[in-house]
Design a protein around this ligand. Sequence first.
Ligand code: PMV
Length: 337
Amino acid sequence: MSVKSSAVAHSNIALAKYWGRSLDQNPDLNIPSNDSVSMTKYGIRHGIHLQTRTAIAFSDAYEEDRAILEGVVLSRREMERILRVVNPLREYANIDCRFRMMSRNDFPTQAGLASSASGFAALAIAAADALGVELSKEELSTYARLGSGSATRSIHGGFVYWYTGDSHETCYAEQLCGPDDFGMSVVIAIIYGGKKDMPSDLGHELAYTSPFNEVRIKRSQEQAREIRKAILDDDFRKVGEIAEENCIYMHAVMMTSNPPLFYWHADTLRLIKSIQKMRKDGLECYFTIDAGPNVHCLCRPEDLYEICKMLEKAECVSKTIPARPAGDSYVTKEHLF
Ligand code: PMV
């Protein structure tokens, strides 16, 4: 037997964030302690679409599983995460042959731009398709989650809600509305394109060491629901205000973990101040920051290029990536090998 499939998935930016796994569940399942909400992103400049393209082939002729990301053969730890997605799908399909996987991002890997989100979403879609496993998008999202929590949301385009649930099956993501149904865009201000010191999959384990985490979980659950309502009510201001608050709660927990995690650089704070000033001066925009130093600036679609220009004025910004809501992730016939 020999089959091959490829998929393209987009990264996403969380508006209400996932930080820390549920203590009541098997940690390998990446079941979060609170619901989260995101916008799936499609980059629209410099050929950076914020996408991962992944090809996977299963064949009797292969003697071992092998995965290559950005031309580099994956290490054991990284391979374990790939297997967490592929093994249950192989079992589901009742197919026991080895695979070759190749994956490429069109944006910096591991710099807080959610490369694991698009990466594991593309892997789940490609592997399920190659193995002939027919799943709904919600079911696919549960397999993507086994590689990386935020990948759960990258299966869908537009604006997405990820339920904590109370089991593997009930912890899935659904689309709240399509890419054209809510008027929001985002500019990513890159101040540092290198790798971060602490990958988020390890950071999640530290959330519980912060005395503020209980409060963050409770408030994040409310914020996720408030943002969902604000998106469906087409209330951009409310989404922005709550997204900022939620981001600060998450970083407060990171900074007060043991050991403390400082994903921000000095320039991150500089940009927060610039965004606050832009807002005060009448250009409505809001910040949010994932597990890295770069800043996402949420804005109305019509202000996208103005926001890019304003952020590029800051000396610390090496590049801006404007993005609008993406469509769903998809299977493609354009294979990497
Ligand atoms: O999916 P992970 O393990 O890379 O975690 C993502 C964590 C954040 O990006 C900080 C927040 C989120 O919900 O995407």
